[in-house]
Design a protein around this ligand. Structure first.
Ligand code: NAP
Length: 308
C-alpha cells in the first residue's frame, strides 16, 4: 500500500492527544512533518508555518489542519492551491461561506477535502442510527456540559470571535444528532450566555423544531463541575434511546445495549485514506449551519466574567 505523505498543521492539544497516535497506527498514512508557530517536538522535521513546511517538503501530498477555526480558511485555501488533499478538524471553518469556497476550490483542483466531525466516528453512533430507523421521534434532549478549565486550558482563542465558545464542544453533540436523525431541525430560539469579558458564549440553550411536533432542546455549558455530560436522549413512540459518554454508549429505556472502545481518530484517518483513494470529498456543514443560526438568532445575556 502506498502511504500518503502528510503534514500536521497546528500542534496543540488535539494534534498531540489524537492525531499523532492515530497516524502512528494507520498504515496508509506517513506523518512527515509538523508546522506550528511555537510548539516543539523532537521526532519529526518541524516548521513555524505551513508555508515554510510546504516550500521545504514538496513531496507532501496532504495536510491535516488542527488549528483554531478562525485561522483555518487561509491555510486550507493555500494547501488546496498547491494541489494537496486537506483534512479539516471540526468545526470546518469560522463561517459557512469559507467552507463553501473551500469545497468549490477542492472540486476545481481535483483533490480531496474532508471536513471531519470526530464525534460521528464514536462507536455507538452507527447502532443508534440503526435503532432509530423507522421509529417516530417525539423529542430530543442534548446535554453537552463540560468544565472548560479541564478540557480547554489556556485556549484563549475559544473566547475570541470565531472561537465559538461553548459551541466548540456543543457542535459535537449536534454533529451526532444530525448523523443519527434525518429530521430537518430548524432553530426557533437561542439564549447565549456571554461572559462580560468574552466575545463568545460560556453556555447556550437552544430550541429546534423539526416538522410536526418533534422538538429538540440543547443545553451546552462550559461551567460544569463534577460529572461531565455528553449525552443525547431521543424520545420515540417506542422507547427512549440515550447516547452517552460522547457517543460511546447506547442505552435503551435505561439498559446498556451497546458499548465499544473509542477509536474516533483511527476512523477519521481510515476515511480520509478511502476518500483520497476514491478521489472524493466529504464536506457536510449541517452542524455548523445550526451553530451559525444560533449566533444569528440568539439573544445575548451577559454573565459573570470568565477568569481562568
Ligand atoms: P490548541 O491546543 O489551542 O492548539 C491549536 C494549535 O494551533 C496551537 O498549537 C497553535 O500553535 C496552532 N496554530 C495556531 N495558528 C496557527 C497557524 N497559523 N499555523 C499553524 N499552527 C497554528 O487547540 P486544540 O484543542 O488542539 O483545537 C484545535 C482544533 O481542534 C479546534 O478546532 C478544536 O475544535 C478541534 N478539536 C479539539 C479537541 C480537544 O479536545 N481539544 C477535540 C476535537 C477537536 P502553537 O502552539 O505552536 O503556537
Amino acid at each position: 500500500m502506498t502511504e500518503l505523505k502528510l503534514g500536521l498543521v497546528g500542534f496543540g492539544k488535539i494534534a498531540r492527544d489524537q492525531h499523532l497516535p492515530a497516524l502512528e497506527r494507520n498504515p496508509s498514512m506517513e506523518l512527515c512533518a509538523i508546522a506550528s508557530p511555537s510548539s516543539t517536538q523532537d521526532a519529526l522535521p518541524q516548521f513555524q508555518s505551513m508555508e515554510a513546511m510546504l516550500d521545504a517538503m514538496p513531496e507532501l501530498q496532504a495536510v491535516a489542519l488542527c488549528v483554531p477555526p478562525a485561522v483555518r480558511y487561509q491555510l486550507a485555501s493555500e494547501a488546496l492551491a498547491r494541489g494537496l488533499h486537506v483534512l479539516l478538524e471540526k468545526p470546518p471553518g469560522a463561517t459557512l461561506h469559507e467552507v463553501e469556497l473551500l469545497s468549490r476550490q477542492a472540486e476545481a483542483a481535483g483533490v480531496t477535502l474532508f471536513a471531519t466531525w470526530h464525534s460521528r466516528f464514536a462507536p455507538a453512533v452507527g447502532p443508534a442510527r440503526e435503532w432509530l430507523t423507522g421509529r417516530t421521534v417525539r423529542h430530543v434532549d442534548v446535554h453537552w456540559k463540560e468544565d472548560v478549565r479541564v478540557w480547554h486550558p489556556g485556549q484563549d482563542w475559544i473566547w475570541e470571535p470565531g472561537g465559538m465558545g461553548v459551541f466548540d464542544p456543543g457542535i459535537n453533540g449536534l454533529s451526532i444528532v444530525t448523523a443519527v436523525l434525518d429530521h430537518p431541525f430548524v432553530l426557533r430560539d437561542a439564549r447565549l450566555h456571554v461572559p462580560e469579558n468574552c466575545q463568545t458564549p460560556i453556555a447556550a440553550d437552544l430550541v429546534f423544531q423539526a416538522g410536526g411536533d418533534t422538538e429538540m432542546h440543547a443545553a451546552f455549558d462550559f461551567r460544569q463541575t463534577g460529572p461531565q455530560l455528553w449525552d443525547i436522549h431521543v424520545h420515540t413512540d417506542d422507547g427512549k434511546l440515550t447516547l452517552s459518554a460522547g457517543g460511546s454508549q447506547m442505552w435503551v429505556d435505561g439498559e446498556l445495549i451497546f458499548e465499544a472502545p473509542e477509536r474516533e481518530y483511527e476512523g477519521i484517518y481510515e476515511r480520509f485514506a478511502a476518500l483520497v483513494a476514491d478521489n472524493r470529498s466529504d464536506v457536510d456543514v449541517t452542524p455548523l449551519r445550526l451553530v451559525s443560526d444560533a449566533f444569528l438568532l440568539g439573544r445575548r445575556e451577559h454573565v459573570d466574567a470568565f477568569i481562568e
